[in-house]
Structure formats: structure tokens, C-alpha cells
Design a protein around this ligand. Structure first.
Ligand code: FES
Length: 150
């Protein structure tokens, strides 16, 4: 853990649980995710358990617990995408890059997140990589698309 996380935490009054969300937000902005060591430091500072912090943080989708990959994959498993085979795509992703949702590949190439709807249900199933939406995705198309990202 570099010095930025302790600096963030120390800015806030200790034992004031009301600071939890703000601390998490600052760490998320600074690091791109909430490292495990940060949970320990927050726990010591605010005198609340790691599991309580995790429970609060995991309620908000803005907080990530894995380091971001160079490319972020969002797979939609909303109703339209689910009906059109979103689960097959999720399985294909798992066998192709070896990660499940909320994980990052060991080489840091991809992180993966499942989402409830990307707002383009007529194009289902939909996968988003970085800022690009891929529509009517098949397993073959998905594998070809992944190969374009280093
Ligand atoms: S359900 Fe997938 S885009 Fe809406």
C-alpha cells in the first residue's frame, strides 16, 4: 500500500463511522479500487469490522474490490440479454480468459463485471468493452472481439 491510502484515511476523524462512504470514495478515485489492506486500515481507524465495511461498500456498485484491468468488460445479464444467451457468453468468457465477474485476469488484461442492463435491449445480447458496445454477440464473435484487445 503506497502512502496515498493512509493519507486519505488520516484526513478523517477517527471512530466517526459517518466518514466511511467518503473514505471509500476517495480511495476508489485514487486507486481505481478498494485494496484489501485499505479495508484493514479503515477498520482500525473507524473501529468497525472489515465485514461491516465490506457489507456497506458492496451495496454500492461504484466500489470495486479488484484492481482494474487494462480493458473493462461489462457483460449484460438483464432479461433481454439473458433470454438471448447472455449466460453462454459469460461461460465463454470464463473459459477464454479464466475469470468470473468481479475478477481481473492475472496479466491485468481484462476485468469483468456483470450488469443488469446496458440500455440497448433490442440489440441483445450485449457486451461492452471499455467504451464500445458490441451487439448481437455470439460466442464466436466474442472470442474474435477479445483478440483485438491487448
Ligand atoms: S437487458 Fe441487456 S441491454 Fe438491456
Amino acid at each position: 500500500m503506497d502512502g496515498s491510502i493512509p493519507m486519505i484515511i488520516e484526513k478523517y476523524e477517527s471512530r466517526n463511522k459517518g466518514n466511511l462512504i467518503q473514505i471509500l470514495q476517495e480511495i476508489q478515485r485514487s486507486e481505481g479500487y478498494i485494496p484489501g489492506e485499505a479495508l484493514n486500515s479503515i477498520s482500525n481507524h473507524l473501529w468497525i469490522s472489515r465485514s461491516e465495511i465490506f457489507g456497506v461498500a458492496s451495496f454500492y456498485s461504484q466500489f470495486k474490490f479488484n484492481p482494474p484491468g487494462r480493458h473493462s468488460i461489462k457483460i449484460c445479464l438483464g432479461t433481454a440479454c439473458h433470454v438471448q444467451g447472455g449466460d453462454f457468453l459469460l461461460n465463454a468468457l470464463h473459459s477464454e480468459i479464466g475469470i468470473a465477474p468481479n475478477e481481473t485476469t492475472e496479466d491485468g488484461r481484462f476485468d469483468l463485471e456483470r450488469v443488469a442492463c446496458l440500455g440497448c435491449c433490442a440489440l441483445a445480447p450485449v457486451v461492452m468493452i471499455d467504451e464500445t458496445i458490441y451487439s448481437n454477440v455470439s460466442v464466436i464473435k466474442l472470442k474474435e472481439t477479445l483478440a483485438k484487445y491487448e
